[in-house]
Design a protein around this ligand. Structure first.
Ligand SMILES: [Zn+2]
Length: 157
């Protein structure tokens, strides 16, 4: 039963990556010259057409694994905002970190393993921002109502 079941390791080989904006090849390089301050020596996957195409993604510190997909300036700032609100969901104690990621997975209709802000495009970033804010506002107004994880997001109030 087990023949040829060798699981292909998901490689992060820059040569097999393409920029989602211009289709250009992707270069693994230091963030020097891209980050204003790269004293931490961050590494990035950058579109080879940079800076004409302003698309890149950083790696998880100490690895060569990208935190998500390449993103242009607009998407990077959307992801930052989405992360900001998403983090408040569990940092404020409305839900556990685990519940927050489950909520995210449900919101974007993806398995838990793919529920990461770094993978989201513009549409889902906006959804995360909007839905997170609804939850945060609701809990601000009525602390007596214990938050319940509602699958699918919509909650009739
Ligand atoms: Zn590009």
């Amino acid at each position: 039963m087990n023949k040829h079941n060798k699981k292909k390791r998901k490689g992060f080989n820059a040569s097999s990556m393409r920029c989602p904006y211009c289709g250009g090849t992707v270069v693994y390089r230091s963030a020097d010259g891209i980050y204003h301050d790269n004293s931490k020596g961050m590494m990035l996957y950058v579109c080879s057409n940079y800076p004409e195409c302003d698309s890149y993604v950083r790696v998880h510190a100490g690895t060569n694994i990208p935190v998500g997909s390449l993103a242009n300036h607009e998407l990077r700032s959307l992801r930052r905002t989405a992360h900001h609100y998403f983090d408040q969901l569990h940092e404020s104690g409305f839900m556990s970190k685990q519940d927050a990621y489950q909520w995210l997975a449900d919101l974007i209709c993806a398995p838990l393993s793919e529920a990461h802000i770094g993978h989201l495009g513009e549409y889902y970033c906006k959804q995360v921002i909007e839905e997170s804010r609804k939850i945060l506002n609701r809990n601000k107004k009525s602390d007596c109502h214990r938050f319940q994880v509602v699958r699918g997001g919509a909650l009739a109030s």
